[in-house]
Write a protein that binds this ligand. Structure first.
Ligand SMILES: [Zn+2]
Length: 382
């Protein structure tokens, strides 16, 4: 069964994170117990006990509200309990969290084939704490004049910093054993500290603050919920040639700007295989994707503009080779409802750059350049 396999995959992924961090990562612990509750709910469903399954799954969802698998199970439990409208909402919510959840999509379509009973007053998806706070902060910020709109029409007050990879996904590895996931997390935390000092009005959100795995789709989903104005994903490059070195900045585009850019995007997207991403069925038309295609053109154009400015700041401040600005289809940027950029600050595959990345002063220097670039976007917009 698809959902069982998915659960085992995420459980396997999480148990790696949990084993490593059981003592100091409450998040990993909560995730593990939510998955256990999910599996119990699934067993209860199989045994035909929908009322108990509903209770168990409600607990699981409360602990891990962003897990599409749990919402899919919730949909099945509600359907089994005769609540078709509630089931439809749960399946749709699962799809909104993971557009590749073909099971929930199919179930939602199936429910829609016969008319639904009248809607009750209940709203399934009430705004989360993050969404409510985002809305309030937006209103407050709108009354201040500390950032202005740039040429693309975007002002930047809310920034998501995404430390690439994490948990069972180490990212690129240096010949000396340095892991990309460690460097990106350190850079994100350093950049946050610097920005708190240099741009106190800026609202910053980190997708991860510890060494755990976060699916690519969850990173942009969080940025969307945070209502970010720009999404900045931090990465370290790797190349076949030992000599490859330097800094490059990417934005998202349908077609890669070069073969090199395409290769990099394929590498950064490769973790999708482990996430159990499923292909859409042939002939399936994704309405949300279709509508978003128009909207995202604006984001991607603005992202390209932001990438050029970020690259200028980085190469101006860092003693590293300027490899220019490129674009490719990065899954982690694709679903962001805001301009987004992806930074590759150095090559872990280059022994000299790997050695430099091990040094705190070098990482502080990179973080300082990233913070300056972000603060520039904050002041001038995109
Ligand atoms: Zn990476």
């Amino acid at each position: 069964m698809i959902s069982r396999r998915k659960a085992l995959q995420s459980l396997a992924a999480l148990s790696v994170a949990t084993m490593t961090h059981a003592l100091w990562s409450p998040l990993a612990r909560a995730a593990q117990s939510a998955l256990e509750l999910g599996l119990r709910g699934q067993d209860l469903l199989a045994a035909g006990d929908a009322p108990t399954a509903l209770k168990v799954l409600a607990k699981a969802v409360a602990q891990r509200p962003d897990d599409p698998w749990l919402h899919g199970l919730m949909g099945r439990a509600r359907l089994a309990a005769g609540d078709r409208r509630g089931a439809l909402e749960a399946f749709r919510y699962a799809v909104s969290l993971d557009s590749n959840d073909s099971y929930s999509r199919m179930m939602a379509d199936r429910i829609m084939q016969t008319p639904l009973p009248p809607a009750p007053a209940r709203v399934f998806h009430s705004p989360s704490a993050v969404e409510r706070q985002a809305e309030q902060e937006r209103r407050e910020a709108a009354s201040r004049q500390d950032s202005r709109r740039g040429a693309s029409g975007f002002s930047v007050r809310r920034v998501v910093l995404d430390a690439g990879h994490g948990g069972f996904d180490p990212g690129a590895m240096g010949r000396g054993g340095l892991m990309e996931k460690k460097v990106t997390l350190d850079l994100a935390l350093r950049t946050e500290r610097i920005l708190a000092r240099t741009a106190p009005g800026l609202k910053l959100y980190l997708t991860r603050r510890d060494d755990y795995y976060l699916p690519l789709s969850a990173r942009t989903a969080e940025a969307n919920r945070f209502s970010a104005d720009i999404f900045v994903s931090l990465h370290i490059n790797a190349g076949e040639r030992r000599a490859a070195q330097g800094v490059e900045t990417y934005s998202c585009s349908e077609k890669a700007s070069s073969l090199e850019a395409e290769r990099l995007a394929a590498y950064e997207n490769s973790v999708l295989k482990l996430e159990g991403k499923q292909r859409e069925q042939p002939g399936f038309i994704d309405m949300e994707e279709l509508l978003f295609r128009f909207e995202r053109r604006r984001y991607w154009d603005a992202g390209a503009r932001a990438a050029r400015r970020v690259q200028n700041v980085l190469t101006g401040m860092l003693p590293m080779r300027d490899r220019g600005v490129h674009s490719a289809d990065f899954y982690v940027l694709r679903k962001a409802r805001m301009p987004s950029v992806l930074l590759e600050t150095g090559f872990i595959s280059n022994p000299d750059e790997e050695a430099a990345l091990r040094r705190e002063d070098h990482r502080e220097r990179i973080a300082s350049a990233v913070a300056t670039a972000v603060a520039g976007l904050y002041r001038e917009g995109v």
